[in-house]
Design a protein around this ligand. Structure first.
Ligand SMILES: [Zn+2]
Length: 358
């Protein structure tokens, strides 16, 4: 059992607020327990209150005074205000999604602010029901109303020097991970929607090279439009292409959108060849019809593009032989990995590919 309530203090405001565990009506799936040792968190005075502004959805900073009026007047295309909070020793960072002036802003079910409330509820329900196994990996830890702080949205990073190919691949990889687990985000239609892809570029321990080279954790947020019954039929890895593969070749609409909007098409130096990847996918799937498409995609990436970031950092992939279509041995659990790494003579097979875990 974690804490059921936490004191929240805003620097510059007198008094504390008490954040209690949230109960979603008609919903029983549990949220992550809030760390027991944490009884209070602080929202610093500066660079801590934000909103994705109406229109272009760029993240802007607000003052407490500016935030106070949220929800008093209804306006179209409304977004939530969110706060970056931290515990005393700054070892944990949190995101508070705030429905301000709630008595007024949720009083009219036709209002835009009420729709914001509904999205918050849908997102919370979806997290508890479908995402518990991925929290802290490709989605933030979700405590009910407070979540793990996930970082800076791609909508912002796209305008910075961190808009590197490596980081664009990492964003796409997070969506591929969701799809492999049956989840379609349901909200990727324009570049503005990439505010839902968040990279924690300020995570402790990262070097500048790490930030540029796709080593910062990436999380996907806002599952208010998501579907959990997606059977991903993609046949191409979501990597840079010199050509412009379109939906029929990629095999998945949402990931085609990600590929195109993340500028991974028409990359002059790309070595990923759609025709080669499609031919390999068809032959490998034919040889091993019992495999899931997710396993085929993991094997395809490891076999054809071993110098690209793997689909999953924590998964070990080896092959039974050097044959192009040799069966991949995919090792997910720590015990399986220890066995695979030990091998018969205690050495790694030559064909093992793996990357550094996060
Ligand atoms: Zn898909």
């Amino acid at each position: 059992m974690g804490s059921t309530a936490v004191h929240v203090r805003f620097e510059g405001l007198s008094g504390n607020f008490l954040a209690r565990k949230w109960r979603v009506p008609n919903h029983t799936a549990p949220f992550k327990p809030f760390p027991t040792s944490l009884t209070s968190i602080v929202v610093p005075r500066s660079r801590s209150l934000f909103i994705n502004r109406t229109g272009d959805k760029r993240r802007v900073e607000l003052t407490l005074d500016e935030a106070k009026t949220w929800g008093i007047e209804d306006q179209a295309d409304q977004e939530l205000i969110f706060a970056k909070a931290q515990c005393a020793d700054r070892s944990n960072r949190f995101c508070l999604r705030m429905l301000l002036n709630a008595e007024h802003s949720t009083s009219d079910v036709r209002s835009n602010t009420f729709q914001v409330y509904l999205r918050l509820v849908k997102d919370a329900k979806f997290h508890a029901t479908h995402l518990a196994d991925f929290e802290g990996l490709i989605v933030p830890l979700h405590y009910g109303i407070i979540t793990q702080w996930a970082g800076t949205s791609w909508r912002e990073l796209a305008f910075t020097r961190l808009n590197t190919e490596a980081n664009r691949i990492v964003v796409c990889r997070a969506f591929e991970g969701l799809h492999d687990h049956g989840i379609d985000h349901g909200g990727l239609f324009t570049l503005r929607d990439f505010r839902h892809a968040i990279i924690d570029v300020d995570a402790p321990g990262l070097t500048d090279a790490d930030r540029l080279n796709g080593k910062a954790p990436c999380y996907i947020v806002d599952f208010s439009n998501a579907q959990a019954d997606h059977h991903c039929a993609r046949k191409l890895p979501i990597l840079p292409y010199a050509t412009f593969p379109w939906y029929p070749q990629v095999g998945c609409i949402e990931l085609t959108d990600a590929l195109v909007m993340l500028d991974l098409v028409k990359c002059p130096d790309a070595r990923t060849a759609a025709s080669e990847a499609l031919a390999w996918h068809a032959e490998y799937s034919k040889r091993y019809p019992e495999l899931t498409n997710s396993d085929v995609m993991i094997a395809q990436r490891a076999r054809l593009y071993p110098d690209m970031p793997p689909l999953y950092d924590a998964v070990l992939v080896s092959f039974e032989s050097d044959d192009l279509y040799a069966r991949a041995i995919i090792t997910r659990s720590d015990e399986e990995k220890a066995e695979a790494e030990a091998g018969v003579d205690g050495s790694l097979p030559d064909s093992v590919t793996r990357s550094q875990p996060r």
